[in-house]
Design a protein around this ligand. Structure first.
Ligand SMILES: [Ca+2]
Ligand SMILES: [Ca+2]
Ligand SMILES: [Ca+2]
Ligand SMILES: [Ca+2]
Length: 533
C-alpha cells in the first residue's frame, strides 16, 4: 500500500460529522497541558510557509523543517555537484509534468519503441524506468491474496481470515454511515435550493431563515454544522462522494477474495520469470498521483517559477511503477530494487509497505543487494499510528532485529508544529525499526497533469530524506552509501522532550524513544558533517 493519508483523514472527518450530528463545533481536540516547555510557533503558517515548510529552519523560522533553504544559501550557493540518479519505486510518475520533465532519468543505452532490449538489461524499451504492473491498477491486499490461495498450512492463514472479516465489516459500516450522511447532506441541499430558488445560497441567507417547517429547519441545522467544519453543502457532497469511491475500492478490490488484479503474464511465484510489464512509467489515470507527488518532493525543478521546489537540485528521477492501488507484490518490489541498482540509481525511495509478505526473503535479498552495491534505500515507516517494533512491517532490513543492510533508513513523519504535537498523528514509530523523523504532514508537491497539491503521510517524509541523501551524494560523491546513512542519522537535531503519539493526547512518549536516533533530519547539518568526513 502507498503510505499517504488522504482517505483516512476524510474518514475521520466524516465520522466526527456523523457523531456530532445536530450539534455544532464537534471537532475539538483535548488540550495538551504542560508536557514540555519547548517554544511553539504561535502564529499560523503563511501561504508561502505552508508550501515550503519542510525546507525551513527551526531557529530562523521556528518551523521544524530540514533547513534546506539555509543549506542552499550558505553551503551549496552556486555549486552544481554531481548528477545523482534517484529511483522512485511507486505508482508511476507523470514524467511530462512541467515541474518534473527536466529531471527525468533517461536510459541512454536503450532505443525507444523498437521492441528490442538494446542495452541487454532484460527490459525491452525501458527509456525512463520500468512498469512492473503493466495495465494493472487495482489490487487485493496481501493477506487477502493469502486467503485466496487457500493455503491453510500458512502460519498466518487464520490471522488473515480474521483480519479480512474485521476490516471488511468495518468498511461496510463506514459505507453505510457515509451513505446516510451523503443522503442527509444531499437532501438538505435540495431543500435549501428549492427554498431559495438557487443552489449558490450563502450561509448568511441560511442563518436568516425562520420557519416552523421541520424539514427546512433540519436542512438549516445540517448546513450550519457543515459550515462550522468549513464546508458548503455542495462541497461536502463532493467530499462524501470521493470518500465513498475510496471505500468502494476497498470493498470491491482490496478486501475482495475473488478479485484478481494482475494483468502481466508472469508466474508470481517464480522470481526468475522476468521481463513482464512495459516501459510506460506514467500513472494509468490521474488519480494515481502518489508517485508524482513523491518525485516532486525529491527533485521538482528548483526556483523555476513553477509549483514546488524539490530538496535536491541535481538529480535524475527513475520511475519504477510497482505499487498498485492495493498491496504491491514481493516479486515486483525485489525486481524493482534490483533494476534501480543495476541501472545506476544511488538512492532509492520506497514509500509503500504491508504487514503480510509471502516472499520477504526476495525483498530482503534485494535490499542487501542495494547495500552491497553502494545504494541508499529510504523507506516510509507507515501510517498506522503504531509501534513497528512490535509487528511485521515489510519491506524490512532485518531478521529479528539483526540488520542485513547498512544503507537502509526508515523514516517517520513530522508536522510543522514544533512542540508536543510535532509527530504526525498517523506516523508509525519504533525505537529499533524507525531511524529518523522528517516533514510529512501537509507537504506541497507535484500532482499529475501539471497540478500541485498538499498531502500527508510518511510517504512524504521518506522522499524528503531521499532528497537529502541525493544532496549529500551530489556534493560529496566520495562518501559511501553507508556513510551517507550515518551522516543523515548523526547530523539530525535531537529532540528530548515529550510528544503526543498517534494523535492521541493521552498517549505521551519521549521523542527519543520513537526512533533509533531520536532526531529530526537536517540537510544543513548533514552537508556540514559530510564535508568533514
Ligand atoms: Ca533494456
Ligand atoms: Ca529498445
Ligand atoms: Ca519548481
Ligand atoms: Ca533498521
Amino acid at each position: 500500500m502507498k503510505f499517504n493519508y488522504r482517505i483516512l483523514t476524510i474518514l475521520g472527518f466524516a465520522g466526527t460529522l456523523f457523531v456530532g450530528c445536530g450539534s455544532t463545533g464537534a471537532i475539538l481536540s483535548t488540550p495538551i497541558e504542560n508536557i514540555d516547555t519547548a517554544p511553539l510557533k504561535v502564529t499560523a503558517l503563511t501561504d508561502a510557509e505552508a508550501k515550503n515548510w519542510g525546507h525551513l529552519d527551526l531557529i530562523n523560522d521556528t518551523i521544524p523543517g530540514m533547513s534546506v533553504d539555509k543549506a542552499y544559501a550558505e553551503i551549496i550557493k552556486n555549486k552544481k555537484g554531481k548528477k545523482v540518479i534517484v529511483a522512485v519505486i511507486d505508482s508511476g510518475i507523470d514524467i511530462d509534468h512541467e515541474d518534473l520533465r527536466s529531471v527525468v532519468w533517461t536510459n541512454e543505452d536503450e532505443k525507444p519503441n523498437n521492441g528490442i532490449d538494446d542495452d541487454n538489461n532484460g527490459y525491452v524499451d525501458d527509456i525512463h524506468g520500468w512498469n512492473f504492473l503493466g495495465d494493472g491498477y487495482d489490487e487485493q491486499l496481501e493477506y487477502v491474496r493469502l486467503i485466496a490461495s487457500g493455503d491453510t498450512s500458512d502460519p498466518r492463514y487464520a490471522e488473515a481470515v480474521e483480519l479480512q472479516e474485521k476490516e471488511y465489516q468495518q468498511y461496510l459500516g463506514t459505507k453505510t454511515r457515509y451513505d446516510q450522511i451523503g443522503a442527509a447532506v444531499k437532501g438538505a441541499h435540495d431543500t435549501l435550493t428549492t427554498h431559495f430558488g438557487k443552489s449558490d445560497y450563502t450561509i448568511a441567507e441560511v442563518n436568516a431563515i425562520e420557519t416552523e417547517d421541520e424539514m427546512l429547519n433540519q436542512a438549516v441545522q445540517i448546513a450550519v454544522q457543515m459550515n462550522a467544519n468549513g464546508l458548503s453543502l455542495a462541497d461536502a457532497n463532493t467530499e462524501i462522494n470521493n470518500a465513498l469511491e475510496s471505500i468502494n475500492e476497498r470493498l470491491n478490490y482490496h478486501f475482495n477474495i475473488d478479485f484478481s488484479g494482475r494483468t502481466t503474464d508472469d508466474d508470481i511465484n517464480d522470481l526468475s520469470d522476468i521481463g513482464y510489464g512495459n516501459g510506460n512509467v506514467k500513472p494509468v489515470k490521474k488519480s494515481e498521483s502518489h508517485g508524482t507527488h513523491v518525485a516532486g518532493i525529491i527533485g521538482a525543478e528548483r526556483n523555476n517559477g513553477l509549483g514546488a521546489n524539490g530538496v535536491a537540485n541535481n538529480v535524475e528521477i527513475m520511475s519504477i511503477r510497482t505499487v498498485p492501488n492495493g498491496d504491491e507484490y514481493d516479486k515486483d518490489v525485489a525486481l524493482a530494487i534490483r533494476y534501480a541498482v543495476d541501472n545506476g540509481a544511488k538512492v532509492i525511495n520506497g514509500s509503500f509497505g504491508k504487514s503480510f509478505s509471502p516472499h520477504p526473503e526476495w525483498v530482503r535479498d534485494a535490499i542487501k543487494y542495494a547495500s552491497d552495491n553502494d545504494v541508499v534505500f529510504v523507506h516510509a515507516a507507515g501510517n498506522d499510528s503504531k509501534n513497528v517494533d512490535e509487528g511485521a512491517n515489510f519491506p524490512d532490513d532485518n531478521v529479528d532485529f539483526v540488520e542485513i543492510s547498512n544503507t537502509y533508513i526508515r523514516v517517520g513523519s513530522l508536522t510543522s508544529k514544533y512542540g508536543s504535537k510535532i509527530v504526525s498523528g498517523f506516523s508509525n514509530y519504533g525505537k529499533k525499526n524507525v531511524d529518523v523523523f522528517a516533514p510529512g504532514s501537509d507537504i506541497y508537491s507535484t500532482f499529475p497533469e501539471n497540478d500541485y497539491k498538499s498531502i500527508s503521510g510518511t510517504s512524504m517524509a521518506s522522499p524528503a530524506v531521499a532528497g537529502v541523501a541525493a544532496l549529500i551524494r551530489s556534493y560529496y560523491p566520495k562518501l559511501t552509501a553507508a556513510q551517507v546513512k550515518q551522516v543523515i542519522l548523526a547530523s539530525g537535531l535531537p529532540i528530548t522532550t515529550k510528544v503526543v503519539v498517534g494523535g492521541d493526547s493521552s498517549n505521551v512518549k519521549s521523542f527519543s524513544d520513537l526512533s533509533t536516533t531520536g532526531r529530526i533530519v537536517n540537510a544543513y547539518n548533514a552537508l556540514i558533517m559530510a564535508s568533514k568526513l
